[in-house]
Design a binder for this molecule. Structure first.
Ligand code: 9WO
Length: 265
């Protein structure tokens, strides 16, 4: 059997007025280790480096008046052109530009997996600031608009960092076995089960006995039941999009009976 072909390193470029923020924040933990191991590459591009004039303006007042400033399209175009050329030199077969904005399509696990699966694409993430970006740039150059929640934050950098983290951890070789197993629950459409560590008993809230039993089948069953129960209680919408196996149906029914009995005590 031929040796497995190593997955291409994922290439992500970020257009941002705060490159140090993005470079520093992605240097920690899972994304930092993966970058050190060459499993993904980051390049940042500051539109200010591509702005003209003595003041290297990257923003201007909005037509029609109103508060705040709008990011100029021209410095962004130049920065994007440079980023795309760099991705092409790096061997990317294509480039896909994503604008992080509250007006985007909400990001979900399915889209994260699709973005992570594209071995030969380069992603350019546009992190806006001020009141936003000139609409002509968005219309002409942005391939996809993504929101990471119904929130408005001070800039697109933190949403971009969340997208990077979610996608990079899905790349082959990034997570070790323990980390992969830990995230499997959400991957199969459920919320995670509760986790416990020392001390064994903390006040009245002792660690569930099954977790101390050493019975791995019973522990796996308990964890699946808790994941099903918590999803049913907190995110029933996730369950409506997911077929349950016979065992899962039984476990959820058991969980609901136990919850009902506890409420009647
Ligand atoms: C701000 C805004 C407010 C209400 C409705 C839509 C909106 N879009 C933006 C916007 O794109 N703002 C730019 C990026 C500039 C100001 C800071 N930015 C930003 C992006 N704030 N919050 C986000 C964001 C991105 C992705 N998911 C959630 C929030």
């Amino acid at each position: 059997m031929s040796a497995p072909i190593p997955a291409r390193a994922l290439r992500i470029d970020v257009l941002t007025l705060f490159p140090e923020l993005v470079e520093h924040a992605t240097g920690f933990g899972v994304t930092g280790r993966a970058r050190m191991r060459g499993l993904w590459q980051l390049e940042t591009w500051n539109p200010r480096e591509f702005a003209a004039g003595n003041y290297r303006a990257v923003d201007d007042r909005p037509y029609g008046g109103g508060p705040g400033m709008v990011m100029l399209g021209e410095p962004l175009r130049r920065a994007l052109e440079t980023a795309r050329a760099a991705q092409q030199r790096a061997g990317c077969a294509g480039s896909h530009t994503i604008y992080l904005t509250p007006a985007g399509v909400p990001l979900d696990h399915r889209r994260v997996m699709e973005l992570a699966a594209a071995d030969d694409m380069g992603y350019v993430l546009l992190a806006g600031r001020y009141e936003g970006v000139d609409e002509r740039f968005v219309r002409d150059e942005v391939d996809e608009e993504i929101a990471i929640g119904d929130v408005v934050v001070s800039g697109g950098e933190l949403p971009a960092l969340m997208l990077i983290d979610a996608v990079v951890r899905q790349r082959p070789g990034v997570l070790n076995d323990a980390e992969s197993a830990a995230q499997d629950s959400f991957a199969n459409g459920l919320l995670d089960c509760p986790h416990y560590t020392r001390p064994e008993s903390e006040g009245s809230d002792a660690v569930p006995a099954v977790l101390l039993s050493g019975d791995h089948a019973a522990i796996a069953r308990w964890r699946l039941k808790q994941a099903l129960g918590r999803t049913w209680q907190r995110r029933p919408d996730l369950l409506s999009n997911r077929l349950l196996s016979t065992e899962e149906e039984m476990l959820l029914a058991e969980y609901r009976r136990e919850q009902q009995a506890m409420q009647q005590q």
